[in-house]
Ligand binder design. Structure first.
Ligand SMILES: *Cc1c(COP(=O)(O)O)cnc(C)c1O
Length: 379
């Protein structure tokens, strides 16, 4: 069986993580780590399918977490790798546990740093950093722009308290989204202009995520030059924490056509929902790809796909196919590993898709299966 046949044989809806594709991404990231002499961390918020953590640990330096739960997940499942954490604000009751399991803790403000620094034991090995907001980004979607006006994310140049840096060993910025090394170059110029004088006293700089390093057209050699340059100029360690670049194009969502109707155009209802199983389709928004389909109007049969929820806007997109769809047909959405499984929900009592791992040798393994109890337990 070829890959399409293997996927279409699975019960739906299901996510399928493609181990071979994941390895390809990890190889690209590992190459950058080696050549640039930096550390690359998986940003777990994009992809936390920990059945793959032992594999990821072979290629990357560790993970970054958005808070206590992701930090714990890495601690339990990734083995002996670095764990970094950044959160816009920590809670008192989580902080002591974070101190035990994280190597690096990044604060979003001087007030958070001052609040927690008195609770750090004197023999503590954790390194502390501050997230800066350079006020420069090339992200056009406001909801994804940490440098938008009045952003709560990161310390601006105006709010930087240079007399409160005792105990701080690194700076962190995250201002990119699905971007290339050119954007990083322009961003670094602003970071250096505004915060460069502090970097000479720092041990590390974290360049955040949003670097599309494993995309074929990404200029890895430029990234390597930029990282080496920064390392040498300020004599510090560099971290990069991509989420997307780890899991991009490394998974599928397989669905079955449940009904076909018409209202001004062909409509199909499938057993997966944009709102529940791929919320970025509505949030970003974007149109996911389906194997064997084209943009509407390109192939003879065009159809709008929607989910079985009662939300009018639960529309996945318009697609054209060689032949009309029929009830029972299976469709394969691509690039469904990242920002999907971590974001899904059971709105409308929608079942959660099962999770399969497609091994490099072509076997599929059922990782997780969900049912009514998973829905009920959260309510
Ligand atoms: C979202 C996020 C990342 C990962 O971003 P990607 O776009 O998935 O690479 C890394 N660091 C921080 C602080 C983030 O908020």
């Amino acid at each position: 069986m070829n890959k399409t046949e293997i996927l279409k044989a699975l019960p739906t809806p299901c996510y399928v993580i493609d181990e071979q594709a994941l390895i390809k991404n990890l190889e690209a990231l590992h190459y950058v780590e080696e050549k640039a002499g930096c550390h690359i961390l998986l940003a777990q918020k994009a992809f936390s399918s920990y059945c793959t953590y032992p594999l990821i640990a072979k290629y990357l330096s560790g993970t970054t977490a958005s808070g206590i739960f992701e930090a714990r997940l890495a601690f339990e499942e990734m083995g002996d790798r670095q764990i970094h954490v950044f959160s816009p604000a920590y809670k008192d009751e989580d902080f002591d546990e974070l101190l035990k399991i994280c190597g690096h803790i990044v604060f979003n403000s001087f007030s958070q740093w001052k609040h927690f620094r008195s609770r750090i034991p004197s023999d503590c090995k954790v390194q502390f950093g501050l997230r800066i907001n350079p006020g420069y980004s090339e992200i056009e979607t406001e909801i994804y722009n940490p440098c938008a006006e009045n952003s709560r994310l990161g310390i601006t140049e105006e709010s930087f308290e240079e007399n409160e840096l005792d105990g701080i060993s690194g700076l962190h910025f995250h201002t990119m989204c699905e971007q290339g090394a050119d954007t990083l170059e322009r961003t670094l110029a602003v970071v250096e202009e505004k915060f460069g004088r502090y970097l000479y006293n720092m041990k590390w700089l974290n360049l955040g995520g949003g670097h599309h390093i494993s995309r074929p057209d990404y200029d890895r050699e430029k990234l390597i030059r930029l990282v080496r340059n920064i390392r040498e100029k300020y004599d510090l360690e560099v971290f990069i924490e991509p989420g997307e670049a780890v899991a991009i194009n490394a998974g599928f969502l397989v669905t079955t056509v449940l009904d076909i109707t018409k209202n001004g155009m062909n409509l199909a209802i499938v057993d997966t929902s944009a709102a529940c199983h791929m919320p970025d389709v509505l949030e970003m928004p974007y149109r996911p790809m389906i194997v064997g389909s084209e943009l509407p109007g390109v192939l003879p049969y065009t159809c709008r796909l929607g989910g079985p929820t009662c939300l009018a806007g639960d529309i996945i997109g318009d697609y054209s196919f060689e032949k009309p769809l029929s009830v029972g047909d299976k469709l394969i959405f691509t690039d469904m590993a990242m920002y999907t499984i971590v974001k899904n929900n059971t709105f409308n009592g929608m079942p959660l898709p099962s999770i399969y791992l497609l091994k490099a040798d072509g076997r599929t393994e059922l990782v997780k299966q969900f049912g009514y109890e998973d829905f009920k337990r959260r309510l």
